[in-house]
Design a protein around this ligand. Structure first.
Ligand code: G1P
Length: 168
């Protein structure tokens, strides 16, 4: 994912807006406009980067990027990130707050992705670049309402069809 995002650098920088909204194609969100809500959260918090989260059962944390919140702020849906760990084991997971396919990031992320070493799975992870950005800039997490279906697995794919078309 980190490598894929880095390929968009020139196109995004030409646009000059200073921010990039990343929507993972295998994450379908129903019941809310997560992107618009994240933009609103950013505006309320000095235009900081915002990452979309959902709470997952602890036994599933090893599938996701998992947050360690610095402190819960504003309400129980918005927090400042202290750390972000890609696909931790159950024992090492700092919470059950999982990155859920939506990112609103400052274009400074490209500087962190540039030269990012491979991480979990031997892949260049966007999570690892965000983790380094957290060290120098405030990044917020937002638990968006609604549900996410991961169509990268058969279960999520069929659930998404069910929600979208009412299939049974
Ligand atoms: C990617 C990210 C991970 C995130 C997940 C769902 O993982 O690396 O941090 O939690 O998407 O948004 P992947 O599904 O590519 O394994």
């Amino acid at each position: 994912l980190g490598h894929a995002v880095l390929q968009a650098r020139d196109a995004v920088m030409r646009d000059g807006c200073g921010r990039i909204l990343i929507l993972l194609g295998d994450a379908l969100v129903f019941g809310c406009d997560a992107s618009s809500e994240m933009i609103a959260v950013s505006k309320r918090n000095a235009d900081c980067s915002v990452i979309g989260f959902e709470r997952v059962p602890m036994e599933k944390v090893s599938r996701y990027g998992i947050a360690r919140p610095k402190r819960e702020i504003v309400n129980d849906t918005t927090f400042i990130l202290d750390d972000l760990v890609e696909k931790p084991s159950l024992e090492n997971a700092p919470s059950n707050l999982a990155v859920a396919g939506r990112y609103l990031l400052s274009t400074e992320i490209f500087d962190f992705l540039d030269g990012q070493q491979a991480g979990v799975g031997g892949e260049i992870q966007l999570t690892d670049a965000i983790r380094r950005m957290i060290g120098v800039k405030e990044v917020a997490g937002y638990v968006y309402p609604g549900t996410r279906q991961d169509i990268g697995n058969p279960d999520g794919y069929f659930k998404a069809l069910e929600v979208f078309y009412g299939y049974r």
